[in-house]
Design a protein around this ligand. Structure first.
Ligand code: R5P
Length: 291
């Protein structure tokens, strides 16, 4: 039987996946020992079961150890195999050492997860210099793509859209969304100077006048990229953009700052947040088969 083990905060999705796939739900009891160490206990027996640990990995440092302990508990309890369902997969952007001595976090994080799980299903991991999950994971790892969901949202909610990617890395998502939404697209040029400092240049957009700008990115993290792109579009007289992203992490007050510049801000529910307007649950349920 398929058992969906919900890490704290992922109960709704785990329950939904259990119902949709005819599986069972398993909660996790967890608490801190007085010295700060983590206690976990599975909420049900999983002997002989296929366990899907459901855990989105925003704020990974405070989630990963608990996740690894839960995976170990499932294996100790006789699970046939333990697969990670991580709607958002963390640590994928540090994909090379930019300075001597830096950790290539994407590789090390993938190695850690590869030891704990027999498979991984995730949504739009940030693949740039590492081109496929198979380059860094030693287990079957499947990336699902939210572009069709974003495109369908645009088709229903935006009249005469112009899709805009804030940097060259976003081109892959913007192009796919634009194609399905039958809309034109443009890609901006970004240079990142620091975590919260980016410079963005706009191409000539005059031929698209009268269209509603829709900024699309895979991740809004510090919000710097989207906020700066939205500022530039407004300064150029293009108007308030609709801001769409697959994963909304929204550090500090970035959601409020972006909302002040945007027509609206919409993300998928890969990371629970008030901006969630597009559900990835159905895609995840379908994406589990065969992993
Ligand atoms: C980078 O290449 C990504 O596609 C995003 O543009 C970036 O990670 C967003 O980060 P932030 O919100 O911190 O600017």
């Amino acid at each position: 039987m398929k058992v969906f083990l919900a890490l704290p905060g992922n109960e709704r999705l785990a329950r939904w996946l259990a119902v949709q796939t005819g599986g069972a739900f398993c909660g996790l009891r967890t608490r801190r020992f007085p010295d700060g160490e983590t206690y976990v206990r599975l909420g049900r027996a999983v002997l002989g079961d296929e366990v899907y640990a459901v855990c989105t990995l925003a704020h990974p440092d405070r989630r990963t150890l608990r996740l690894l302990l839960a995976a170990g508990a499932a294996r100790d309890a006789g699970a046939r195999r333990v697969v990670l369902v991580a709607p958002y997969l963390a640590y994928m952007r540090q994909d090379r050492a930019f300075a001597e001595g830096e950790a290539i976090s994407a590789r090390h994080f993938a190695r850690l997860l590869s030891h704990a799980f027999e498979g991984l299903v995730t949504v739009d991991p940030h693949l740039h210099r590492i081109r496929a999950l198979g380059e860094i994971f030693d287990i079957p790892a499947r990336a699902l793509h939210a572009a069709p969901l974003l495109a369908d949202w645009v088709r229903v909610n935006v009249e005469r859209p112009l899709l805009i990617g804030p940097d060259v890395e976003s081109r892959q998502w913007v192009e796919a969304v634009a194609h399905r939404a039958a809309a034109p697209f443009a890609v901006l040029t970004k240079v990142r100077r620091a975590d919260r400092q980016v410079e963005i240049e706009l191409p000539a957009l005059a031929t698209f006048s009268g269209r509603q700008p829709v900024l699309i990115d895979d991740i809004i993290s510090s919000g710097t990229t989207m906020i700066q792109a939205a500022r530039m579009l407004r300064a150029a007289g293009v108007g308030r953009p609709v801001c769409l992203a697959v994963h909304g992490l929204f550090a500090q007050d970035s959601f409020e700052r972006l909302s002040a510049l945007a027509a609206t801000v919409v993300t998928t529910d890969s990371v629970p947040h008030p901006s969630n307007g597009i559900s990835i649950a159905r895609m995840l349920a379908d994406g589990l088969s065969g992993i």
